[in-house]
Ligand binder design. Structure first.
Ligand SMILES: *Cc1c(COP(=O)(O)O)cnc(C)c1O
Ligand SMILES: [Zn+2]
Length: 419
């Protein structure tokens, strides 16, 4: 029996052989990778995982790609195993007992959690024999596909909304892909990409390769559970764009329980989105499974997907897990970024600001109890999107290079804070 069974429709349950397809031809439901957990159970153990590399590849038994004969992945050997830190200062500030930050803004090759999904997607694209990869991106995916296609000697076409942050544009172009800037929203870019994917035989990581790509996000959840000492937390707050990550963290805990790697437990999942683009959170808060697409208007551009592909499933996970959802305004996003930076020394991008702000509001509203373990998902690095802070932050004083000038400035500053 094989570890990987192929693909299966999430709606009607029809099976498909492993191939670069993502929708069911009968009911148009999304396809998901199907595993044989009996085979995996024979193989995995805590000891085997702990003896593996300090990367997502320690969980290779649970991913839909095969490692090479040398045990190395096709691309992304250094992706993953980012820090889970006990955030005591932020916990004090929020008035909770046990708080952790899963920090995917560091250690990854392109400083966001997207390296997890891209490493798996491009590995699979190579297995399928593609020589060209592509994606529709809100920024971080562009960075990661560009970097890993360079590493994997693949041609790449990257489609972005033309109004993306300059930092993310530059951090894509440096790797030498073909970057296509489109006058339109991400949702318009994505629609265009679906047409391009039909016409050209390319591996679109978040279209025809999506079922494999999405599995990469499970490693975020595996790491949380392993780093907590092989247990799942009671509460996890997750930033949502297309809505895939939140469903895959949930799936990761479910798989670990199924395989006996962690004890039976319950984890409540909370969706965090910007108020200016929060269709998933709106579903959760209004308790409706009908997603109403929106036109994004937010500084959290990496989360600005107005018609999220996995919106319905993200909603279901939040509901079925006993979690909830919360929006953050642009002002709250910036406060969240600054709060995390000044309490924990972590500079996250706007998406992290959304998550911190949403977590704070959920705790204050009594939605997340203060005495149970909480994990906040920080998924991207602030140095990619410093623009939003430029006009708010500046030097406290600017002086001539002399001690007397400094003495005077210090006295002025003291007077100001004493006042
Ligand atoms: C893409 C992205 C997300 C959300 O991922 P989805 O799986 O699309 O919901 C969260 N944070 C950052 C920084 C991202 O780039
Ligand atoms: Zn189907």
């Amino acid at each position: 029996m094989e570890r990987l069974q192929g693909l299966k429709c999430r709606e009607c349950g029809r099976s498909y052989p492993a191939s670069p397809v993502h929708v069911c031809e009968f009911c148009f439901g999304p396809l998901e990778v199907e595993y044989n957990y009996e085979v995996i159970r024979q193989r995995v153990s805590r000891a085997r995982i702990e003896a593996g590399p300090k990367s997502i590849w320690r969980y290779a038994d649970l991913l839909p790609v095969e490692l090479g004969a040398d045990g190395e992945p096709a691309v992304g050997p250094a992706v993953g195993f980012t820090p889970l830190i006990r955030a005591r200062n932020l916990a004090d500030e929020l008035g909770v007992r046990e708080l952790y930050v899963k920090n995917d803004s560091v250690c990854h090759p392109t400083w966001s959690f997207k390296d997890r999904v891209v490493a798996v997607a491009l590995g699979k694209a190579k297995e399928f024999g593609f020589d060209t990869v592509a994606c529709a991106s809100t920024g971080n995916l562009a960075n990661s596909v560009a970097a890993h296609s360079a590493e994997g000697r693949l041609k790449s076409y990257i489609f972005i909304p033309a109004d993306l942050e300059q930092g993310k544009v530059t951090a894509t172009l440096v790797y030498g892909p073909t970057l296509v800037a489109v006058h339109g929203t991400y949702d318009e870019v994505n629609r265009l990409c679906s047409e391009v994917a039909d016409k050209y035989r390319w591996a679109f990581v978040n279209i025809n390769i999506r079922p494999y790509y999405a599995e990469g996000s499970k490693t975020y959840g595996y790491e949380i559970a392993e780093q907590l000492g092989w247990r799942a937390p009671a509460h996890v707050v997750v930033p949502c764009a297309g809505g895939s990550l939140i469903t895959k963290i949930w799936k990761a805990f479910k798989e670990f329980r199924l395989l006996g790697l962690i004890p039976e437990s319950r984890t409540s999942m909370y969706a965090a989105q910007a108020l200016g683009c929060g269709p998933i959170v709106t579903m959760i808060r209004n308790d409706t499974d009908v997603l109403v697409p929106v036109r994004p208007q937010t500084i959290a551009k990496s989360l600005a997907i107005g018609n999220p592909a996995d919106g319905y499933y993200a909603y279901r996970v939040a509901k079925d897990s006993g979690g909830h959802g919360e929006h953050a305004t642009d002002e709250e996003i910036i406060e969240g970024m600054q709060l995390l930076a000044r309490t924990e020394g972590i500079f996250t991008e706007t998406a992290g600001g959304v998550t911190v702000a949403a977590a704070r509001k959920l705790i204050e509203a009594g939605r997340i109890p203060r005495h149970e373990p909480i994990v906040i998902c920080v998924t991207g690095n602030g140095l990619k999107t410093p623009d939003v802070l430029h006009e708010r932050l500046s030097a406290d004083v600017t002086i001539r290079p002399s001690l007397s000038a400094f003495d005077q400035a210090l006295a002025d500053l003291k007077a100001k804070t004493d006042a």
